[in-house]
Design a protein around this ligand. Structure first.
Ligand SMILES: Nc1nc2ncc(COP(=O)(O)O)nc2c(=O)[nH]1
Length: 267
């Protein structure tokens, strides 16, 4: 899953693809580089980010979704708003990527149930204004798994077909670095829940911990090698997908792991 943030303030590429033309061009590049899906978002989800007006979010994502769909690109929409999801699916998006796991908008379940779209339920607590306040776990893998299953139950209750659900541990969402590393080390337990697992580690701040001491926290591209390592880990654990900014290397890494054949532990 290639990332196209049509926003002026995303931490990983803020502002580079803020115009429709730049975003569409970037989405085409990611598709050509081997992305199976291009994820279009119009509202930064970084901690502390304020909300974007719904009309502005729509104005950012819809033209990009429509143009990429017209090119034959499989598009997902990164939104927590049911109305944005509905309009993006109408424009041809095939997956709703909801970092709130359906908690932000009570109408999201019904909207997804009413379409043929898939739905990524990402684990988080609170929202972008207070997410670290809830970043306390006794057993982060067990608690994230249980809370994701609660999100799944709500989705099923809303009428969404289980076959259209994907779960995501929400690295960096209401999680401290140690929580992210523990989740990465135990992705097999999340895969064992029986739903496709999407992993979004790409260029996230916790990866700086894997860089040489004193490494500059910027630019985010400096974290692409560490991101590639997380792609291999996710593929080896049997994850369904990875959400990355630098698609080419991760697409190659996924093919390398696939070439190994069935591995112990991967379904
Ligand atoms: N499913 C999913 N979606 C996401 N969307 C945005 C971000 C924040 O990263 P960005 O600002 O680089 O897009 N992370 C995730 C994630 O981990 N999982």
């Amino acid at each position: 899953m290639g990332v196209v943030n049509v926003t002026p303030d995303s931490f990983s590429d803020g502002g580079r693809y803020a115009t429709t033309a730049a975003a569409v061009e970037h989405g085409r590049r990611l598709w050509a580089a081997g992305a199976d899906c291009v994820d279009v978002g119009g509202e930064s989800t970084r901690p502390g980010a304020g909300r974007v007006d719904p009309e502005r979010e729509l104005a950012r994502v819809l033209p990009v979704v429509a143009a990429l769909v017209a090119d034959g690109v499989a598009v997902s929409v990164d939104t927590t708003r049911a109305r944005v999801a509905a309009r993006a699916v109408e424009a041809g998006a095939v997956l709703v990527n909801d970092v709130s796991g359906g908690r932000a908008d009570p109408d999201m379940g019904a909207v997804v149930a009413g379409t043929g779209a898939a739905w990524v339920l990402t684990h988080a607590r609170g929202d972008s204004r207070d997410m670290y306040a809830a970043a306390a776990y006794d057993d982060v893998v067990g608690e994230v798994a249980a809370e994701l299953l609660a999100r799944v139950d709500d989705a099923l209750a809303a009428g969404v077909d289980a076959a259209r659900l994907v779960v995501d541990p929400g690295l960096g969402f209401a999680k401290l670095p140690a929580h992210n590393w523990t989740l990465l080390a135990h992705l097999d337990r999340l895969v064992g829940l029986g739903f496709p697992v999407l992993v979004g580690a790409s260029r996230k701040r916790f990866l700086v911990g894997a860089l040489p001491p004193g490494s500059d926290e910027h630019p985010p591209e400096r974290r692409d090698a560490a991101t590639l390592a997380t792609t291999v880990l996710a593929a080896r654990a049997g994850a369904w997908g990875v959400r990355v900014h630098d698609v080419g290397p991760s697409a190659d890494a996924v093919r390398v792991v696939a070439a190994l054949g069935p591995q112990a532990g991967a379904p």
